[in-house]
Structures are given as C-alpha cells and as structure tokens.
Ligand binder design. Structure first.
Ligand SMILES: CC(C)(COP(=O)(O)OP(=O)(O)OC[C@H]1O[C@@H](n2cnc3c(N)ncnc32)[C@H](O)[C@@H]1OP(=O)(O)O)[C@@H](O)C(=O)NCCC(=O)NCCS
Length: 194
C-alpha cells in the first residue's frame, strides 16, 4: 500500500478516513492539524504535525490529501494546495470502492470521491475536489478545481461548475447550468442558472 498523510483532522477527515480504509490503496501514516492538537489522535491515527511541518514529511513515497472541509470558502484548501505544490508533494486521488465512476470520466489529483457517489460518462472533475457521499454528477458535466459537491447533491447533465464553488447538500442543478467561480449554492435549493 502507498503511504498517505491527511491535512485537516475534522469531520470531513473522519469521512475520508473511512473511504481510504475501504479502498485499501493507501495506508494512513498521520494527520496534520492545528499545533495544539499535535500528539492527539483522530480515529486512531496520530496527528504528526501542523502546516509548518509539511516540508519535513515530503518524500516520493508519501502522498497527501487535503481533508479540510469546504463550505463558504475554498481559501484554506487553496492555500495548502499551493504549499504542497511548492514542496513538490505527491497528491493522492481517492475513490471509494462503493462509488461508481464511469471509465469515461476523469478525476484530477487531490480529489476524493466518497461512498455511493455516482460520476457518469464524460464527466471531468478537476483537482482538489470533494464529491461527497451520494452525490450524482451526470453526463458531460465539468467540475473545476477546488469544488465541493456535497452530500446527495444532483448535478445534472452538461453542467459547468467553476472553480472554488460549493454545491450544498441535496441541491439540484438544472441540466446545462453554469455555476460561476466561488459560488455557494444553498443546501436543498434548485439552481436554474445559466
Ligand atoms: C448556504 C449556507 C452556507 C448559508 O449559511 P449561513 O450564511 O451561515 O446562513 P445561516 O445558517 O445563518 O442562515 C441564514 C438564514 O437562511 C436560512 N437558511 C440557511 N440555509 C438554508 C437553506 N439551505 N435552505 C433554506 N433556508 C436556509 C436560515 O434558516 C436562516 O434563516 P433565519 O435568518 O430566518 O434564521 C448554508 O445554509 C448551507 O447551505 N450550508 C451547507 C450545508 C451542507 O450542505 N452541508 C453539508 C456539508 S458535507
């Protein structure tokens, strides 16, 4: 198995841990969180450092996944991704074995597809995205970098979601919708926009 380090030890990290354990591709070696939490554990995995310590863990054998959640802003995830880029860190891409991802879809580095998500034909998902549990991304849609499609959201066919956007839980996007960058779509809403 490949070694993985997770960045952010909160609730979203808990969900990611279960997916990573089920996938059995990566072995979780440690978690980065705020300084005060160093030495504590998250679901049995040690918090080994904070952001400033990342540089000491870079190796061709170490993969990283940003496991901080994202609702109102992607700023923190973008900041950490930039740090990882400068450090030339290896990025993990994680797909739950309980998700369905079409062989005609593509998924960027640093992205996680959680349990029971469905990513259909010709979908393109960028880097550092979260496609959360039970989300549906329909045919030919494009999800740009740093987007979070939250639990049970439905992105219908031919949609384009621009970077750093959040699609809330149970939100439905009309087919062909364009969501402009840094949008926050409320949980449970219907998005009709072009
Ligand atoms: C869009 C969102 C980020 C706004 O959050 P916020 O700015 O903190 O807004 P608040 O929670 O203070 O709510 C403001 C008002 O809008 C209402 N409201 C908030 N979200 C709503 C929603 N999705 N549908 C209907 N009303 C909503 C609140 O009840 C509140 O009404 P009030 O002023 O009468 O009390 C938040 O509502 C949301 O959708 N969060 C995402 C939830 C989600 O998908 N989580 C999954 C994570 S995996």
């Amino acid at each position: 198995m490949k070694n993985i380090f997770l960045i952010g030890g909160g609730g979203h990290c808990h969900s990611c841990i279960d997916v990573i354990e089920q996938e059995q591709v990566y072995l979780i070696k440690g978690i980065f969180d705020v300084k005060e939490n160093i030495g504590k554990t998250v679901m049995g995995y040690p918090i080994v450092g904070c952001d400033e310590d990342l540089k000491n863990f870079i190796s061709p054998d170490h993969f990283f996944l940003i496991t901080l959640g994202q609702i109102k802003s992607a700023d923190l995830r973008v900041k950490i991704a930039n740090e990882l880029k400068v450090l030339n860190a290896m990025l993990a891409t994680v797909v739950s074995p309980r998700a369905y991802v079409s062989k005609h879809a593509s998924i960027g580095e640093g992205t996680i597809i959680l349990h029971s998500a469905l990513v259909n034909s010709n979908v393109k998902i960028g880097t550092h995205c979260i496609i959360n549990s039970q989300a549906l991304v329909e045919h030919d849609s494009i999800i740009s970098n740093f987007c979070h499609v939250s639990t049970a959201a439905i992105v219908n066919g031919n949609c384009k979601i621009e970077r750093e956007s959040f699609v809330g839980s149970n939100c439905v996007l009309r087919e062909g919708s364009i969501v402009t960058e840094k949008s926050v779509l409320r949980a449970g809403s219907f998005f009709n926009g072009k």
